[in-house]
Design a binder for this molecule. Structure first.
Ligand SMILES: Cc1cc2nc3c(=O)[nH]c(=O)nc-3n(C[C@H](O)[C@H](O)[C@H](O)COP(=O)(O)OP(=O)(O)OC[C@H]3O[C@@H](n4cnc5c(N)ncnc54)[C@H](O)[C@@H]3O)c2cc1C
Ligand code: SF4
Length: 509
């Protein structure tokens, strides 16, 4: 798929390009919008800071893949370093490095948004067709039993033993060979993600895609012709090397909830809501260690979830409670999650083939901010709330019991100092987790809510069409607009909401 993609690190462009629509970001939100707009006959340019890393370049090697597929090489974190903030930085965005779980926005959340926040387009009966289309884009299907590996089965076995509700999830893989390296890219392109579906269709319909193209500023945001300043990067994506301007009537920002807010703040575009109300959905890991070989790295990493404690229609917050999902990472990912370094770390990694890890996913209240200083540096400020700590403690206690029920020799909560649980009575120790900074390594993969959609400028940063307040035709089409956590996973919600917002835009242009 190289035709239609111009890598600006290798092929300089004229200093000024003019187009009707400029889409910033080629992930779930941007690729979907670009495809629908191009298919409707509009002139579209997509700007993507990452590069097209495909085929044999997907080497399944941690270092090279983190370097080329992740934002800040996987090293991005919240202000006090307590949460590792993971995002894609590659053509196709986060869909290239995610674990393929397909989870639509639950009806309860849609209802909550429509009634509490006035987002009428998200009312369940109106939004359903966009979710259905998103599921079609993803070729979504239930993960077949043959791909549920032994680590996921351990979680299921323990949950069933304790009588807890759970499910085998849906996914967007076709032709998966169970190689297990989803989080550093699929070498056989089995993921039906934006890189494989929306972008080829956008290109076929005439969209032009520019990679190693970092949008750094939007000017004239309230005039007919906007100017997007683009810095081109070197082939490795380390340094800026050139500059050009894209002039466009319509600018769609879909760079992920963090980078979209960063770009608007950097440009001085939008009102005081821009950058506020960030949700990170911080996740904590927990590891069952077994006597027998589990080989969690063999097969689909994440297929079973314990959903017993998830609430989809909490009156105050919408999505609430928590879920427990099995997971596996490459040695590089797992070793950084363990609370040991040096010789103890190496010793612990000798158990790699006997580990069955899980992630504890608890949706959070919008309690963070994206800030940009005068020199352009960005800070992700995030304070974990007490209610989040409490739910994670409860989740850790339950997950420990689940693994012990499945026969684990011990359960490790990789905190500092480590918490080791060897009996059901011991599981109560999870209540001691303090979550003081740097004691509990948490990750965020589902950032949302920095330019909240609202019917009035008083309540949010963008209107119900996704248009940023104070601008003329500058839009956010990613999860920036969500008032609370959409779902336990955000790929399907973003594709669906981008479809909805693009469909509305097409009726006006
Ligand atoms: C490790 C991991 C696992 C995940 N697992 C799942 C899962 O199993 N299921 C699920 O539903 N969700 C999952 N997610 C979340 C999901 O992948 C993301 O929510 C989704 O990809 C976000 O889509 P987006 O379009 O908002 O942004 P992205 O997909 O992040 O795309 C934004 C793109 O914009 C580019 N960009 C950023 N700034 C600029 C700029 N200034 N100029 C030009 N380009 C820019 C970035 O390089 C990036 O490619 C996971 C995420 C991660 C990180
Ligand atoms: S398990 Fe392997 S083959 Fe399947 S999607 Fe993930 S990386 Fe691709």
């Amino acid at each position: 798929m190289t035709e239609g993609i111009t890598d600006l690190s290798r092929q300089p462009l004229p200093e000024v390009i003019t187009t009707e629509i400029c889409v910033i970001g080629s992930g779930c939100g941007g690729a979907t919008a670009a495809r629908l707009l191009a298919e409707a006959g509009h002139e579209v340019v997509v700007l993507e800071e990452g590069r097209d890393v495909a085929g044999s370049e997907r080497t399944q090697r941690d270092r090279a893949m983190h370097d080329q597929l992740y934002m800040d090489r996987g090293g991005r974190a919240s202000h006090d370093l307590s949460i590792s903030v993971l995002q894609g930085r590659v053509l196709g965005g986060g869909g290239v490095i995610n674990t393929c779980d397909v989870v639509p926005i639950p009806e309860g959340v849609l209802h909550h948004w429509a009634t509490k926040y006035g987002l009428e387009d998200f009312a369940p009966e109106r939004f359903k067709r966009f979710t259905d289309d998103a599921l079609g884009d993803l070729s979504a299907s239930r993960i077949p039993e043959s791909l549920v590996n032994s680590a996921n089965n351990k979680l299921r076995q323990g949950a069933e033993g304790l009588g807890l509700r759970g499910e085998v999830m849906m996914h967007n893989r076709v032709g998966c060979r169970g190689l297990g390296t989803c989080m550093i890219g699929c070498p056989v392109h089995a993921k039906r993600n934006p890189r494989m579906v929306a972008l080829p269709k956008a290109i076929e319909a005439g969209a032009r895609i520019f990679t190693r193209a970092r949008a750094v500023r939007i000017d004239n945001a309230n005039q007919e012709l906007k100017e997007v300043t683009v810095r081109t990067l070197d082939p490795g994506g380390y340094h800026e090397q050139g500059e050009l301007t894209v002039r466009a009537k319509i600018v769609i920002v879909a760079a992920n909830a963090i980078a979209s807010a960063q770009l608007l703040l950097r440009s001085g575009v939008g009102n005081s809501h821009v950058g506020q109300n960030l949700t990170l959905q911080p996740q904590l890991s927990i590891i069952g260690v077994f006597e027998e070989r589990i080989a969690a790295f063999d097969g689909v990493p994440q297929s079973y979830a314990v959903t017993e404690f998830e609430e989809e229609d909490n009156a105050e917050f919408g999505l609430w409670g928590y879920r427990i999902e099995a997971i596996m990472g490459t040695p590089g990912i797992v070793s950084t999650m363990l609370p040991f370094s040096g010789a103890p770390g190496m010793q612990n990694m000798t158990q790699y083939d006997r580990m069955a890890p899980s992630l504890l996913l608890a949706p959070d209240e919008p309690s963070g901010q994206v800030e940009v200083a005068r020199d352009g540096r960005m800070t992700i400020r995030y304070e974990q709330r007490d209610n989040h700590r409490e739910r994670l403690r409860h989740a850790a206690e339950i997950a420990a019991k689940v693994y012990l029920e499945a026969g684990a020799r011990e359960v490790l909560v990789p905190t500092s100092p480590p918490l080791v649980i060897r009996s059901t009575r011991d599981a109560k120790k999870a209540q001691q987790l303090t979550f003081a900074p740097a004691t509990a390594p948490m990750i965020s993969a589902h950032q949302q809510g920095t330019v909240r959609f609202a019917a009035s400028e008083r309540d949010g940063g963008a209107d119900l069409n996704g248009q940023v307040y104070g601008t003329r035709d500058v839009y956010v089409f990613d999860s920036s607009g969500y008032p609370t956590s959409a779902a336990s996973h955000t790929m399907t919600p973003i594709i669906a909401s981008s479809r909805m917002l693009t469909t509305k835009l097409l009726t006006r242009i």
